[in-house]
Design a protein around this ligand. Structure first.
Ligand code: ATP
Length: 522
């Protein structure tokens, strides 16, 4: 037990030092629970300020006393951050609880109070009424703790991450007999400078999921071009994320505070498209609005205009668009003068523009004007390795949106979804996940909850992609309990074991805790 626990601490926290004898002879061991010291531990210590440790934590588990210490220097590439210390302390507290040793709330508060003096991060400890009983906030702008509490008190998960305006927080809920007794939330970012930089790049606010090497390369290129004013031509099948990329580019550009105006050239009848794009002057045609109307180009002034389905633009309008691109001026229908516009143009198409040029349906000169920075977004079947990630991304998001508890796909369902050809690309995948989430009341989505055409395998199977080995198949929802029991017997009940089990099942630790509670396996 002792060995396994020390090993799991070492694995998670990188460093657990057994204190040397000379230290142990000076410090009296804790009678129960745990105790923390900051050097010098005792006035009689000869090392004094020269003590190599920044913090010493001792705890008693059953009859064993564990001594752990953190060196002042970085060790094993591990920076001792407050978040790490908090996590460590919580793991210890949890283990002591599990070993049924007495631990009262005041000792928890004392320990956190002690750590607070070392903290370099924001953290809040709430009681069960939502009052802050201990806090440290280094955020320059005052942070609304009531908003944080409000958000967290709605969660049924014992731990997890939460995004707030003041940054991302990791939280841990303390409970007794199923009732919340307190809640601790602390900043997850260990490095303030990094956080600021990533905020500046807006990366933390807008991400497009995808880890496929080609897709990553595209995202990198797009980020580089986003900061310029270059015209971008996005090409890709329907549902691959062209509009998403257009918004991403705008969001990463210096124009992000200005309007982003999108117009779908295929969805608007030909006779209306011109007035939508260019606007019109008062009385320029029968039925025109009094006082005239600004067009999308004018509305996008200072910002970005996204011309979706550009391949469907009528040829007569293509000539007008070409003039806007060349002169950066717009003339309303019925006007005698033109206005300068400062716009960034992003166009998109799912058609092959070269073929349209050959068929005389698209102007070649316009193509060259638009094709300044071409981006080809691959179809989902060409970045199949991203399917599990996208399934996971949408599963979590849709469960949150629909206010449903988190679920997982079982291996058979994942296999079906991985083998499918996805003609509708990410849009279709998103719809399939939404379909399954709304039908499935349980925790596990089996093929039964997928649309019929997927269940029956009536699709172009892609046998050239090797089937991924299913490690632990389980078919029905009610087998989840059994599955959890097997995993607990195999890995054990420690926090580290639970982390491994959560990884094995592909769910967050928070979801695993919820299931353990639900199936009374805690
Ligand atoms: N890589 C991706 N990651 C996450 N979501 C994506 C991704 N690509 C597309 N989506 C989602 O799929 C849906 C369709 O995306 P979008 O409208 O950007 O596609 P599109 O290529 O512009 O489609 P169309 O050609 O039909 O207009 C949106 O809900 C979008 O959020």
């Amino acid at each position: 037990m002792r060995k396994a626990f020390v090993e799991s601490l070492k694995e998670t926290f990188g460093l657990v030092i057994e204190l040397p004898e000379k230290c142990l002879s000076l410090i009296s061991p804790p009678k129960t629970g745990y105790q923390i010291w900051t050097p010098p531990c005792t006035p009689t210590c000869l090392e004094g300020a020269g003590c190599p440790y920044s913090l010493i934590l001792a705890f008693k588990l059953q009859e064993d006393v564990f001594w752990t210490a953190w060196p002042k220097e970085k060790t094993n590439n591990l920076t001792i951050t407050t978040a790490l210390l908090l996590k460590f302390l919580l793991t210890v507290m949890e283990t002591i609880h599990a070993a049924e040793q007495k631990l009262d709330n005041s000792s928890t508060t004392d320990a956190l109070q002690f750590l607070a003096s070392h903290l370099e991060t924001d953290f809040f400890l709430f009681n069960n009424k939502g009052q802050v009983i201990l806090s440290q906030s280094r955020t320059p702008k005052p942070f609304s703790t009531s908003a944080l509490w409000e958000k967290l008190s709605r969660t049924s998960e014992p731990e997890g991450f939460i995004e707030t305006k003041g940054g991302n927080f990791y939280y841990r809920v303390f409970s007794k007999n199923g009732k919340m007794t307190g809640l601790l939330a602390w900043k997850t970012e260990p490095n303030r400078q990094e956080e600021t930089e990533s905020l500046l790049q807006n990366e933390s606010l807008f991400t497009i999921p995808g880890k496929n090497p080609r897709f990553l390369e595209i995202k990198k290129l797009v980020r580089q071009i986003a900061v310029t004013d270059n015209t971008v031509l996005l090409q890709g099948e329907s549902g691959t994320g062209k509009e998403l990329f257009a918004r991403y580019i705008h969001y990463l550009s210096p124009r992000k505070e200005q309007p982003f105006i999108a117009i779908n050239c295929a969805a608007i009848p030909e006779n209306l498209l011109e007035s939508e794009l260019f606007g019109y002057e008062d009385g320029s045609f029968t039925g025109a609005r009094r006082g005239g109307k600004p067009g999308k180009f004018e509305l996008a002034n200072g910002g970005t205009i996204f011309l979706d389905e550009i391949g469907d633009m009528p040829t007569q309008l293509q000539a007008k668009l070409l003039r806007v691109l060349e002169e950066r001026r717009v003339e309303r229908i019925g006007a005698t003068v033109s206005y300068p516009v400062d716009i960034r143009i992003i166009a998109a198409t799912n058609k092959n523009l070269k073929e349209l040029i050959d068929a005389k349906q698209f102007r070649e000169d316009l193509f060259f004007r638009l094709n300044v920075f071409p981006v080809h977004i691959p179809p989902l079947r060409e970045r199949r390795d991203d399917i599990p990630l996208l399934l996971d991304f949408y599963l979590k998001n849709i469960c949150l949106e629909q206010d449903k508890p988190f679920k997982i796909f079982n291996p058979e369902a994942i296999q079906l979804l991985k083998d499918y050809n996805w003609p509708g690309n990410v849009r279709e995948l998103k719809n399939v996940v939404a379909y399954a989430v709304s039908l499935c009341e349980g925790d596990v989505i089996t093929p039964h909850y997928l649309p019929k055409y997927l269940q029956n395998g009536i699709f172009t199977s892609v046998s050239q992609f090797p089937a991924v080995k299913i490690r632990r198949p389980f078919n029905q929802n009610d087998q989840l309990k059994e599955q959890l029991e097997i995993l607990l017997a195999e890995y054990g009940h420690s926090t580290q074991s639970k982390k491994l089990i959560a990884k094995e099942l592909g769910v967050s630790l928070a979801t695993l805790y919820r299931w353990l509670k639900k199936y009374r396996l805690k």
